[in-house]
Design a protein around this ligand. Structure first.
Ligand code: SME
Length: 151
């Protein structure tokens, strides 16, 4: 099953209508995303909790590492640069942090609030190589903007 970002976005919008608690929003987003696509083996947020520091937030899948400095990993790169990181082969990404040995590809997007500040990153891991394309980046970014742009 492959995600329909428009339909999933509508479901998330309905479930989160009027909500402004970031943890509740994150928990709902990862739940709906994770179960919408068989490519998504780990779906979760890492929150900006201090300058240059990420800490795990709501997620679905196996355990994830708790703390990631901006200097490390795919998540750190997304938080540091503010750019989407689409990694076709995690073994070729310098400094990739492997929370599961089965992960082959990954996409990480910065999450911005209504002021444009990066408050978190969304990390999705897949056991399939090159699992993510530009349509995934666009669809995920739209959902993140709709949900967290209200904060
Ligand atoms: N792979 C990520 C770390 C988070 S675990 O995958 C859940 C990274 O390199 O930043």
């Amino acid at each position: 099953m492959r995600i329909d970002y428009v339909e999933t976005g509508k479901i998330i919008a309905s479930l989160t209508e009027g909500e402004t608690d970031d943890v509740a929003l994150m928990a709902t987003v990862v739940c709906e995303l994770h179960h919408a696509d068989e490519r998504f083996d780990w779906t979760g947020f890492y929150r900006v909790v201090a300058p240059e520091l990420l800490k795990i937030g709501p997620y679905q899948g196996g355990h994830g590492c708790l703390v990631i400095p901006f200097s490390r990993g795919v998540c750190g790169a997304a938080a540091r640069t503010g750019d989407v990181q689409r990694v076709d082969d995690v073994d070729a990404f310098p400094g990739h942090i492997a929370c599961a040995s089965s992960t082959r590809s990954e996409i990480v997007l910065p999450v911005r609030n209504g002021s444009g500040d990066i408050i978190a990153v969304l990390d999705i891991d897949s056991d399939q190589p090159a699992a993510f394309d530009a349509a995934d980046a666009e669809g995920l970014a739209r959902i993140l903007g709709d949900v967290f742009g209200r904060l």
